[in-house]
Design a protein around this ligand. Structure first.
Ligand SMILES: Nc1ncnc2c1ncn2[C@@H]1O[C@H](COP(=O)(O)OP(=O)(O)OP(=O)(O)O)[C@@H](O)[C@H]1O
Ligand SMILES: O=c1ccn([C@@H]2O[C@H](COP(=O)(O)O)[C@@H](O)[C@H]2O)c(=O)[nH]1
Length: 238
């Protein structure tokens, strides 16, 4: 009998990874693979809330936003996460998973607003909750939204599913000599300026004593291994 190591988790899915090998946007095969991974762990009985990034469509700090008012660019980034959230929920629906998208910004004709008690109710009903539009505020990221919502819903851990298989001593995509940590404290990650997540997200999780696991969403079976508490990725802890 396989027993999950957690009862409730906040899964942060990389927006950038959604592109697959495409230049931008949502790659169909990639989103279907991500949903298959999620379906596999949902069956284990773990309550899942998801935050998805927007890097495959728009980032307020990207070169394409240069010259724009930062807050306006950030709202565009948040809307990009709404699109990804809707695509994710729809891909889940197609394989028989019930998901609810809740937005931090008000666009009620499209998606229901984020209301914490309602989100908790959905989780208790074993529905997957997808938190869209980040924190609802410019100058933040979806990593911080994951830390925030994870804290609000009483998740036991934030799982950052990204394109790299953990936290490295430097960006492994830029420095081939970078080495991977199996675990690292929040304070070390912040003082070493490790940019796999932003410092705001690290600081919030540290203050709330909410551990983070960074792992690869590309590696087959990695999400399941993380959920089962097996040795995978990097644990960031107090
Ligand atoms: N010390 C580090 N260890 C690991 N990855 C790092 C480090 N420093 C920078 N990175 C980079 O951080 C990236 C992951 O963070 P990023 O927020 O850019 O992406 P994401 O969360 O996967 O995408 P999105 O923001 O679209 O959801 C990795 O792909 C890696 O290139
Ligand atoms: O709380 C938030 C979350 C996101 N944004 C903007 O959206 C983009 C995309 O999010 P990523 O975390 O980079 O994938 C981000 O660059 C911001 O521009 C935001 O303003 N507030």
């Amino acid at each position: 009998m396989t027993k999950p190591a957690y009862k409730r988790v906040l899964l942060k899915l990389s927006g950038e990874a959604l592109m697959g090998d495409d230049a931008y946007g949502i790659n169909r095969a990639t989103i279907e693979r991500m949903v298959a991974d999620v379906a596999e762990v949902a069956k284990l009985g773990v309550e899942l809330a998801i935050v998805i990034g927007g890097g495959n469509i728009f980032r307020g700090v990207a070169p394409g936003a240069q010259g724009m008012d930062r807050a306006t660019a950030d709202y565009m980034g948040m809307l990009a996460t709404v699109m990804n959230s809707l695509a994710l929920a729809d891909a889940m629906r197609q394989v028989g998973i019930t998901a609810r998208v809740m937005s931090a910004i008000s666009i009620e004709q499209v998606v229901e607003p984020y209301v914490r008690p309602k989100a908790l109710q959905y989780l208790e009903e074993d529905k997957i909750v997808i938190f869209a539009a980040g924190t609802g505020n410019p100058f933040f990221t979806t990593d911080t939204a994951a830390a925030l919502r994870g804290s609000e819903i009483g998740a036991e851990i934030v799982l950052k599913a990204t394109k790299v298989d953990g936290v490295y001593s430097a960006d492994p995509n830029k420095d081939p000599t970078a080495t991977r940590y199996s675990h690292i404290t929040f304070d070390e990650a912040i003082t070493k300026h490790l940019q796999v997540m932003d410092a705001t997200a690290f600081a919030l999780c540290r203050d709330q004593k909410l551990p983070i696991k960074v792992f690869s969403i590309i590696k087959p079976g990695a999400l399941r291994r993380v959920i089962l508490g097996e040795d995978e990725g990097t644990l960031v802890h107090v």
